[in-house]
Design a protein around this ligand. Structure first.
Ligand code: PRP
Length: 179
C-alpha cells in the first residue's frame, strides 16, 4: 500500500496529537451536555473511533451512510443516503463527524436534512478540509488539518474502496488512478 503513495502528509503521531486537541476543544464546548456524535460512513470510521475515545464528555453515537463519489476521483455533486440515523435528534446537540469536506455537497445535504429534524444545534467536525475545491457555502466548526487539492488516502479515506486501513494520511500516486 505504501508503494502507491507519493508522499505521507500526516503521520500516526501527528494525527493523534491533533485529535487530542480537537477532543479537548469539543469537551470544553459541550461541558455538561450529552451530544449525539454522528459519524458519516464509511470514511470517518477511524477518525471517529480515535476522536470519541479521547473525549471525556458523555455522548451517544449514531451513524449515517452517504455516498457522493462512486469510484471516481472527482465529486459528482450527486448525494445519496444509504443509511439514516437510528434515533431521533430532536432537541439534541448534534456533532457531525466527517473524514473530508471537498465540494461541500455532502455536508450541505446533511445540514438541510438534519436541521429539518429540529435538533438543538448542529456542529461539523472534519478530519480534513479541502477548501480550494469548495462549491457550496459550508464551513466546519472543528478541523484537524487543511489539505490542498491532492488525492488523499488513508486513515479511512479511500480510492476505489482501497487504502482505508493505512494508519497515515498520504497522497496517492497519479499513476495509480490514471491507469
Ligand atoms: C466522501 C467524504 C465525504 C464526501 C465529501 O465520501 O467522506 O462524505 O465524500 O465530498 P463533498 O464535500 O464533495 O461532498 P464518499 O462519498 O467518498 O464515501 P465514503 O465516506 O464511503 O468514502
Amino acid at each position: 500500500m505504501y508503494n502507491d503513495l507519493e508522499k505521507i502528509l500526516f503521520t500516526e503521531e501527528q494525527i493523534q496529537t491533533r485529535i487530542k486537541e480537537i477532543a479537548a476543544q469539543i469537551d470544553k464546548d459541550y461541558a455538561g451536555e450529552t451530544p449525539v456524535v454522528v459519524g458519516i460512513l464509511k470514511g470517518c470510521f477511524m477518525f471517529f473511533a480515535d476522536l470519541v475515545r479521547q473525549m471525556k464528555t458523555n455522548i451517544e453515537i449514531d451513524f449515517m451512510s452517504i455516498s457522493s463519489y462512486g469510484n471516481n476521483t472527482k465529486s459528482s455533486g450527486e448525494v445519496k443516503m444509504i443509511k439514516d440515523l437510528d434515533r431521533t435528534i430532536e432537541g439534541r446537540h448534534v456533532i457531525i463527524i466527517e473524514d473530508i469536506i471537498d465540494t461541500g455537497y455532502t455536508l450541505k445535504y446533511l445540514m438541510t436534512t438534519l436541521s429539518a429534524r429540529n435538533p438543538k444545534s448542529i456542529k461539523l467536525c472534519t478530519l480534513l478540509d479541502k477548501k480550494s475545491r469548495r462549491e457550496v457555502d459550508i464551513s466546519p466548526d472543528y478541523v484537524c488539518f487543511d489539505v490542498g487539492d491532492e488525492f488523499v488516502v488513508g486513515y479511512g479515506l479511500d480510492y476505489a474502496q482501497l487504502y482505508r486501513n493505512l494508519p497515515v494520511i498520504g497522497v496517492l500516486k497519479e499513476s495509480v488512478y490514471k491507469k
